[in-house]
Write a protein that binds this ligand. Structure first.
Ligand SMILES: [Zn+2]
Length: 278
C-alpha cells in the first residue's frame, strides 16, 4: 500500500515521490509561494534521462517536478523556490513566468512525424505504435498533427498533484507552456487535457458558492460587424473560418490575455473586446 502524498516543507512526501536536487534554480518566490502552475512536456526519450538533464548544471533549466509515464514523480526544486522552466514568457500582463509559477514536466516525446512507411517517429527517431499516438490540432496551429499520447497513470498523477498544490498554495491558474510562450513552444500540446485539468480543480475559496474557480465556459454575443476568427490568440495568427457577424452566440472555452477561444459550429480565437455578455 502506498502512503498518501502530502507537501511538507515545500516538498512532496509519501506516495513514492523522490527528491533529486537540481542546481538550476533562482531564489524563493515573493511571499514564499507561486500563484500558478505551468504544464510542460519533456520532449525527451525517458523519465530518467529528462531528470538527469534537468539536474545537470549545463542544462541551465529545471522544473519543480518530473512526472513519468507510470505515474512516478521526482521533485527537483522545492515549491517555495523559483525553477527555470518557462523561459521568455508572458501571461496577462506579467512577464518571466518563472517568478510566479510551479513548473511540471511530463515525460513525453512531443510532436511525432509520420514517415512514408506509415510509422510515427519522434524527433530522436524512435518509432511509436499507433496506440501511443494522439491526432489533433494544436491550439496555436490550424492543421492536424501527431503527438505522443500521455499515459493514464501520468494524467491521473498530474491531476492529483495539481489539486494538492492548489489546496496548499492557493494556486489560481494552470497554464500550458504553449500559452505563455506561444511563438516558441508547443508543450504540453493537444494530447494533454488542459481544459479538463482546469475544470477538475476544486477549492473551497469560492465566494459565490460555486466550488470550481476554473470554470471558463460562458456564452457571449459578438458585438462587431465582422469579427475575425483566428488560429491563435493574436492578430498575427491566420483566419481559420469565415468572420462572425454581430449577434452571433458563441461559447468562450478559453482565454489568453485579451483573446478568447470561442466555440460555435467551429472553434477559433477572437478578440475579447468584441464580445459582450447576453
Ligand atoms: Zn516547456
Amino acid at each position: 500500500m502506498t502512503t498518501k502524498t502530502v507537501i511538507k516543507e515545500h516538498r512532496l512526501s509519501g506516495g513514492g515521490s523522490r527528491f533529486k536536487p537540481s542546481p538550476n534554480h533562482g531564489g524563493t518566490f515573493a511571499q514564499n509561494k507561486a500563484d500558478s502552475i505551468v504544464i510542460h512536456f519533456t520532449a525527451g526519450s525517458s523519465f530518467e534521462s529528462s531528470v538527469n538533464h534537468l539536474c545537470s548544471e549545463k542544462a541551465k533549466a529545471s522544473a519543480h517536478l518530473v512526472i513519468g509515464r507510470e505515474g512516478q514523480v521526482t521533485q527537483l526544486v522545492p515549491f517555495n523556490t523559483i525553477a527555470w522552466h518557462a523561459g521568455k514568457s508572458q501571461w496577462k500582463g506579467r512577464t518571466g513566468m518563472n517568478r510566479f509559477s510551479i513548473g511540471i514536466e511530463l515525460d513525453n516525446a512531443g510532436e511525432l512525424t509520420k514517415n512514408e512507411a506509415g510509422h510515427y517517429l519522434s524527433w530522436f527517431n524512435r518509432v511509436y505504435p499507433p496506440d501511443d499516438v494522439f491526432k489533433g490540432t494544436h491550439r496555436n496551429q490550424s492543421h492536424v498533427s501527431f503527438w505522443h499520447a500521455y499515459s493514464e497513470q501520468q494524467i491521473d498523477k498530474t491531476f492529483a498533484i495539481c489539486q494538492l498544490l492548489c489546496e496548499q498554495y492557493g494556486i489560481t491558474e494552470i497554464m500550458g507552456h504553449e500559452e505563455i510562450a506561444p511563438r516558441r513552444k508547443t508543450d504540453p500540446g493537444p494530447a494533454f487535457p488542459l481544459e479538463k485539468l482546469r475544470q477538475s480543480i476544486h477549492t473551497d475559496r469560492a465566494d459565490d458558492g460555486a466550488d470550481d474557480i476554473f470554470a471558463l465556459s460562458s456564452q457571449k454575443v459578438v458585438a462587431a460587424n465582422k469579427l475575425n476568427v483566428r488560429s491563435g490568440p493574436g492578430v498575427d495568427f491566420e483566419a481559420v473560418a469565415k468572420p462572425l457577424f454581430s449577434g452571433k452566440k458563441v461559447d468562450v472555452i478559453e482565454r489568453h490575455g485579451e483573446w478568447s477561444k470561442v466555440e460555435y459550429t467551429q472553434t477559433g480565437w477572437v478578440s475579447s473586446r468584441f464580445l459582450r455578455s447576453q
